[in-house]
Design a binder for this molecule. Sequence first.
Ligand SMILES: Nc1nc2c(ncn2[C@@H]2O[C@H](COP(=O)(O)OP(=O)(O)OP(=O)(O)O)[C@@H](O)[C@H]2O)c(=O)[nH]1
Length: 691
Amino acid sequence: MPRNADLERIRNIGIIAHIDAGKTTVSERILFYTGKTYKLGEVHEGAATMDWMEQERERGITITAAATTCEWRDHQINLIDTPGHVDFTAEVERSLRVLDGGVVVFDAVAGVEPQSETVWRQADRYGVPRIAFVNKMDRVGADFWRTVEMMKDRLGANPVPIQIPVGAESDFDGCIDLIEMCWWWFGGEKGDKPERREIPAHLREAAEQAREQLIEGIGNVDDQIAIAYLEGHEIGVHELKTAIRRATLHSLAQPVLCGSALKNKGVQLMLDAVVDYLPSPLDIPPVKGVDPKNGGEVVRHAADDEPLAAIAFKIVSDPYVGRLAYIRVYSGVLKAGETVLNSTKQERERIGRLLQMHANQREEITEMGAGGICAAVGLKQTFTGDTLCAPDAPIILESIQFPEPVIRVALEPKSKEDQDKLATALSKMAEEDPTFHWTFDEEAGQTIISGMGELHLEVIVDRMKREHKVEANVGRPQVSYREAITRPAKAEGRFVRQSGGRGQYGVVVLEVEPLERGQGFVFENRIVGGAVPKEYIPAVQQGVKEALQGGVVAGYPVLDIKVALVDGSYHPVDSSEMAFKNAGSIGVKEAIKKAGPILLEPIMKVEVRCPEEYFGAVVGDINSRRGMILGTESMGKTQIVHAMVPLAETFGYSTELRSITQGRASYSMEFDHYEEVPKNIAATLVKQAVG
Ligand SMILES: Nc1nc2c(ncn2[C@@H]2O[C@H](COP(=O)(O)OP(=O)(O)OP(=O)(O)O)[C@@H](O)[C@H]2O)c(=O)[nH]1
């Protein structure tokens, strides 16, 4: 049996956190203690097993989410490593889509950082139950309780510490378990010999108080504990653990643990908590989808005897086996050698081999049942987010939504040979990463790549050079502006050529109106009485859609617009799809011109942390970048600045920040929303576009 645990003994979890909080180190320790790796790799010396890609090793960041299987206390844990950097949101989104529970790792010195905030909100959206691990308790400035308070303030979470630290900073010496009321001390060279000890006398009172708080915290969200508490009953270990599990599964509370992954302290207790408090596939609601035949709702339970329903959540091109698709099975059994239906594409696909991935080895398996995660070789047409199901019981599961790229860079291959290799390389990378797009601009003879931020594209260019051996000149990063309209308008689009022979005839009347931000494009057919015959309506829609790719202000794509086809006329002989398509394009451009078109630019949410003495310089610099300060906070001697800054003004920010703070500040940045470009700047952009 590949999925060598009963369903209730499976945990599909992700380690999620801000960059540098220690996810990779924590994951490494997990694999060590669960016996899958025998050597502890030091992340930044490049030995870490999870970070297998070359740049990940060099940069010390985890870019690709890898699914890894390990065992703990007779439970199978499928560990999905997620990247911390916001430029890789797609990785986080897709992981959250298939996780059942999360371990959120915080740095005890930095507390709650912006990416933890973003991921926390994403996890809320997907209803993922969480436990928190306050890592780096050994660092100078580590503060367990401050991190717990920040979880309340910044995340609106309900953190309930189930441990308290013994000592802090260099004196950090294990954790007090508030449920069993004992001290866990981590002996052995690798912390692999935990020892259960009496709580030290000087911490007895603090532990009693913290246990009281824990019971109160759980009592606030759990009636059984509330009643036992009010009636003054002694609450037993089992009773308390079950109540914590209930509260965690319903996302009413988040158990908080502490430790130091680097110093090998606390990780085993965190694994215990994964088993004790995070959901099995049976604890999450049955998955829902639609029947592609009639659009009706279909529900699938996590059981092997239900029809197959699975989702492909990651495609990678693997150096050994080629195209590899990571798959989460929700119901039924996925079998090697069988044909399944890709219901998203309406294509049948044959599963070649199935693999279970461990950090440093892969195991060939014959099948994977409900609740499991594995990788399949041989799928040709399946992409991220596609549903795979039984051909006779089709279902389409909700796909994974990815944001549109906001930044782009032009590439010019150095030689003819590079030119040929470039397209192959970029196609491969775009297949793996849904937030990375590329196009070839015929007019300029340039290849344009676009993505979610400067770092995102830097990594792509790096991979292009190293993995695919393509040499290219890289242009300066450019903002992907958008266009939108500000008021409704109406216009006619005529495409009429009738001078001898068979002519062209298509006339449409279109109404446009602005939609709320994020709504994209909506087309409505309001023709009554056949002013435009039915068979030409898809052509009109197509013409409109193509025209929206290049707006009237400066040629950028038009967003958030509703276009209604309200009237028109046709000719019995001269009308054609081509004529109506052209009429649609002309009509929508005319309407947009009258609808107060504007240019929009991406605005980034920025958080900077710096020592007090640099606060003025940091704020001044943000102001000079058309930034808006949203607020500031202090945390000890560190100042935290929250701001919104247009993407166009953020290029090269890391270098500038380093120079004004002598390298003592850190920042994070992510796309937040689009806003109108100020008139004077828009005028320059328009001039550039025209000229
Ligand atoms: N002092 C201390 N340092 C730690 C601890 N855990 C991790 N680190 C260090 O923190 C740095 C970041 O750790 P990683 O494990 O790479 O963090 P990450 O969150 O995976 O980072 P990304 O992959 O870049 O998102 C490394 O230098 C680690 O050695 C800890 O418990 N204590």
